[in-house]
Design a protein around this ligand. Structure first.
Ligand code: FAD
Length: 470
């Protein structure tokens, strides 16, 4: 049991990362108060009941295992074996993510997961204060100012502050005003909108046929569906009750198609009829969804400094928001929580040392996943339908089969192992260069002499570390 800190930890934000961190800290004996802007979703309902989901992968799952929550979460998740790519001409095919069903990702409801984490944190002794928004912090007096939903303000003591208040973090703004953090926000220029495919029972029977025998779902449930269209795309992730959450990713401004050129539902529907003709009929409430759901913007956040000595620290999206194309933002934030909780448990009195060490360990990894997430957008919307990319992928799979100690696709390292993101990034780059050299511009993986390729691989790259599942 760690020595108790003299002062409680004040956490701002009870979202995915905040709730999981709070639970882990409370389990380690810390006194934790969480101030969350929104009302308690277990009473108020999450986002008006809309189903929004996320992909949970090995890193996030490992953090949930550490917290003793993995089984509970998996019971409420839908397994996804790979990408089901839907081409313009209406064909579809599954590209498996891993080698078998031990390498899959999971679609989880954001709202259900958040509520489960809140329950777990509360059961561990965390005190939640809902409807309490951080307005400002006085780091010298070690007090914070909060506003309730009516705008009434009050101040409370906050000896050690941790900001898990997301990409638009108010704690980050307060820290930056006190001592600049070296903040850079790089907008992607592309934005997103969520739509919904309802359970199969709510669709005309004539539209069904691709659900692989799963009657409840309009499409194959055990896949992440992608409709890649070059500069833009739609994706769809399954929900346990049979629906899919569809996300349209598109440039925000500029030439057609962009959100600017689709200002109303009629224009958007015509665009879907042309570009996603097989998807549109599966979204019977298209006009209503498109008209009422907001357009979300996407950016990458970089900071030089994540903490203010031992007084305040940022974690999760508040420190390193990334674009969602590797499905790793939450997974990375969950990994953060394990590292921080264990560092704090080892040295509860030395928050300055712990916060500095946390940044030293996590920042190179956050930078690496930020870069890979940006690259993955091009891959998802474009390359998954490109013959040269597919040949590289196939050659990579052949090498992984022949020399598993020397080759693992970068996607697998990121998604199914705990190898540091920074390692996966560097190793992936080196492997990609080798594949390019071996293929010499060819789009046929079988044109490469495999024995020679394996020898070249072993001569060029050291064996992979033995860290696959642990
Ligand atoms: P948030 O989830 O943003 O939570 C922040 C919390 O702080 C919220 O509860 C908020 O109400 C509260 N808050 C905000 N301001 C204040 C304040 N002033 N005072 C008090 N409380 C405050 N990640 C994945 O791993 N897999 C995916 O498939 C995936 N898909 C995504 C798809 C999209 C379209 C997007 C945008 C992101 C996706 N992500 C995904 C990323 C993931 O959503 C984030 O990384 C994750 O939510 C970060 O968690 P967080 O707790 O740090 O921040």
């Amino acid at each position: 049991m760690p020595q108790l800190m003299q002062s409680p930890i004040t956490l701002i934000g009870g979202g995915l990362v905040g709730a999981l961190l709070a639970q882990q800290l409370a389990r380690r004996g810390f006194t934790v108060d969480v101030y969350e802007k929104r009302p308690d979703p277990r009473q108020a309902g999450f986002l008006g009941g809309r189903s929004i989901n996320l992909a949970l992968a090995e890193r996030g799952l490992q953090a949930l295992r550490t917290a003793g929550l993995a089984e509970d979460v998996l019971q409420r998740a839908v397994m996804m074996r790979g990408r089901m790519v839907h081409t313009r001409d209406g064909r579809s095919g599954l590209q498996r993510y891993g080698v078998d069903d031990s390498e899959v990702i999971w679609s989880v409801s954001r709202g259900a997961l958040n509520m489960l984490l809140l329950d777990a944190a509360e059961a561990a002794g965390v005190r939640f204060h809902f409807g309490q928004s951080l307005v400002d912090a006085d780091f010298d007096a070690r007090r914070i100012r909060l506003a309730d939903e009516q705008g009434t303000e009050r101040s409370v003591d906050a000896h050690v502050l941790i900001g898990a208040d997301g990409a638009g973090s108010a704690l980050r703004s307060a820290m930056h005003a006190y001592a600049p953090l070296g903040e850079r926000v790089e907008p992607l220029g592309h934005a997103y909108k969520e739509l919904e495919i309802p359970p199969a029972g709510e669709l005309p029977i004539a539209l069904l046929g691709e659900s692989g025998g799963h009657d409840q779902f309009a499409l194959e449930p055990h896949a992440l569906h992608i409709w890649p269209r070059g500069g833009y795309m739609c994706i769809a992730l399954p929900n346990t009750e049979g629906s899919f959450t569809v996300t349209l990713f598109l440039p925000g401004q500029g030439a057609h198609p962009s959100f600017a050129t689709l200002p109303n539902t009629a224009a958007a529907e015509a665009f879907f009829r042309d570009d996603f003709p097989d998807l549109l009929p599966l979204i019977p409430n298209f006009a209503e969804d498109y008209g009422s759901h907001p357009v979300g913007t996407l950016s990458t956040l970089y900071l030089d400094r994540w903490h203010l000595d031992g007084r305040a620290l940022l974690i999760g999206d508040a420190a390193h928001a990334i674009v969602p194309f590797h499905g790793q933002g939450m997974n990375c934030g969950f990994e953060d929580t394990v590292v921080l909780a264990s560092l704090l448990a080892e040295a509860p009195e030395d928050t300055a040392g712990v916060f500095a060490e946390f940044q030293r360990i996590r920042q190179p990894n956050a930078d690496a996943i930020a870069a890979m997430a940006l690259e993955n957008y091009v891959e998802m919307r474009d390359s998954v339908a490109d013959p040269h990319y597919l040949a590289k992928r196939e050659l990579g799979a052949l090498l992984a089969e022949r020399a598993p100690d020397h080759f693992m696709a970068r996607y697998r390292m990121v998604t199914f192992t705990h190898l540091p993101y920074a390692y996966a990034f560097e190793r992936g780059r080196a492997q990609d260069q080798l594949l390019q050299q071996l293929l010499r511009g060819s789009s046929d993986a079988h044109s490469v002499n495999l024995d020679a390729a394996v020898s070249a691989l072993k001569a060029t790259l050291p064996p992979l570390p033995h860290l696959r599942h642990g």
